[in-house]
Design a protein around this ligand. Structure first.
Ligand code: NAD
Length: 335
């Protein structure tokens, strides 16, 4: 009988462990579940494991990958759609195979994006809080309707395309921007040629591009200057698409009217843990939480039952392909 494959899972959460174990049943996988995230200090936990599974805020830079390789790891899979946390060049040099989960449920993030727009645009969170303390006053709860609003969708890949579909159902006028326009979106939205046009003409801007050098801080002070006063910005993609201090300034100047974010540039030291008894050292993050027209969620847009099942099943497929020496269907594109 074949030896079970030893797989180290970093950043394990209870909700994910169940779906991983269910997907691995009978497949000859010996999981070691670790709660800490992968970083230089925790990398030795993976010694003797052929495969390592990580998530968005694990550190997979050159130094960590070298440690993993020294410990015998040959395969690294991220249980996420983004792979910006992995030094792909270093992995290639170390001969480490990489996998990801390109499309576990684009609907999950797209629907959450709409949820954020409705929540903040209609003050649903504030209404909920008031009613819980028996305050039925409606003062300050006047919202806006989505019908006829111009919404800019920056990035029309899997998630952005879903967002466009949902927005057209609300009767929005949708403008889109992407390096590679797609036909599905062309049926429902108008592509603009430059990002500047998108910034200039939309009332609501939602970001769905991956984090890369070309998208880093794509919303910075310059971009903000071009936008309409009162712009509503939503970021469910990656925190570093926004230059957050510049956005905070624009909130103070009332240039940004609403901000809804599920991701934050410095989220690695904050998100996914209960820090309610800690002192938050990040002043920019703390300032964001003081604005009544800002909502922040802790990278939960992906978190649905279907997404967890798909993440686990796709990751398992990648592990099985690796074990059998087959090409990996969902390998991370190398630089
Ligand atoms: P995708 O690869 O399907 O689409 C990305 C799109 O961006 C592509 O159409 C591509 O052409 C376009 N693009 C890339 N660089 C560009 C640039 N410089 N200018 C214009 N367009 C550019 O990705 P997806 O599945 O739609 O996911 C998008 C991002 O959402 C992921 O990279 C990830 O960072 C984020 N995400 C967040 C969560 C969450 O829980 N908050 C969950 C899943 C994914």
């Amino acid at each position: 009988m074949m030896e079970p494959m030893k797989v180290a899972v970093f950043n394990t959460k209870r909700y994910e462990r169940r779906s991983l174990e269910a997907a691995a049943e009978g497949k000859g996988i010996d999981f070691s579940f670790f709660e800490p995230r992968l970083e230089a200090q925790t990398a030795p936990l993976a010694n003797g494991h052929e495969a390592v599974l990580i998530f968005v805020n694990d550190v997979a830079d050159r130094a960590v990958l070298e440690k993993l390789a020294e410990g015998g790891t040959k395969f690294l899979a991220t249980r996420s759609a983004g792979f910006n946390q992995i030094d792909r060049e270093a992995a290639r040099e170390l001969g480490m195979q990489l996998a990801y989960v390109p499309a576990y449920s684009p609907n999950a993030v797209a629907e959450f994006t709409i949820g954020l727009i409705l929540t903040l645009g209609r003050h649903i969170h504030e209404g909920h809080n008031r009613v819980r303390r028996a305050d039925f006053n409606l003062e300050g709860l006047c919202g806006f309707e989505l019908r006829d609003r111009t919404v800019g969708v920056y990035g029309t890949g899997r998630i952005g395309t879903n967002v466009v579909q949902l927005l057209t159902g609300f009767g929005c006028k949708v403008l889109a921007y992407d390096e590679e326009p797609n036909e599905e979106v062309m049926l429902r939205a108008s592509y603009v040629d430059t990002r500047e046009e998108l910034f200039r003409f939309c009332d609501i801007l939602t970001l769905h591009v991956p984090l890369m050098p070309s998208t880093f801080h794509l919303v910075d002070a310059n971009a903000l200057k071009m936008m309409k006063k009162g712009i509503f910005i939503i970021n469910t993609s990656r925190g570093a698409l926004l230059d957050t201090p510049a956005v905070v300034e624009a909130l103070k100047e009332r240039k940004v009217g609403f901000l809804a974010i599920d991701v934050y540039e410095e989220e690695a030291s904050l998100f996914f843990e209960d820090r309610s008894s800690d002192i938050i050292n990040d002043d920019t993050f703390a300032r964001l939480l003081t604005f009544p027209n800002v909502i922040v969620t802790g990278h939960q847009a992906f978190l649905t039952d279907r997404a967890l099942r798909n993440i686990a099943e796709t990751t398992m497929q990648s592990l099985m392909e690796f074990a059998s020496g087959l090409p990996c269907t969902n390998s991370v594109p190398l630089p």
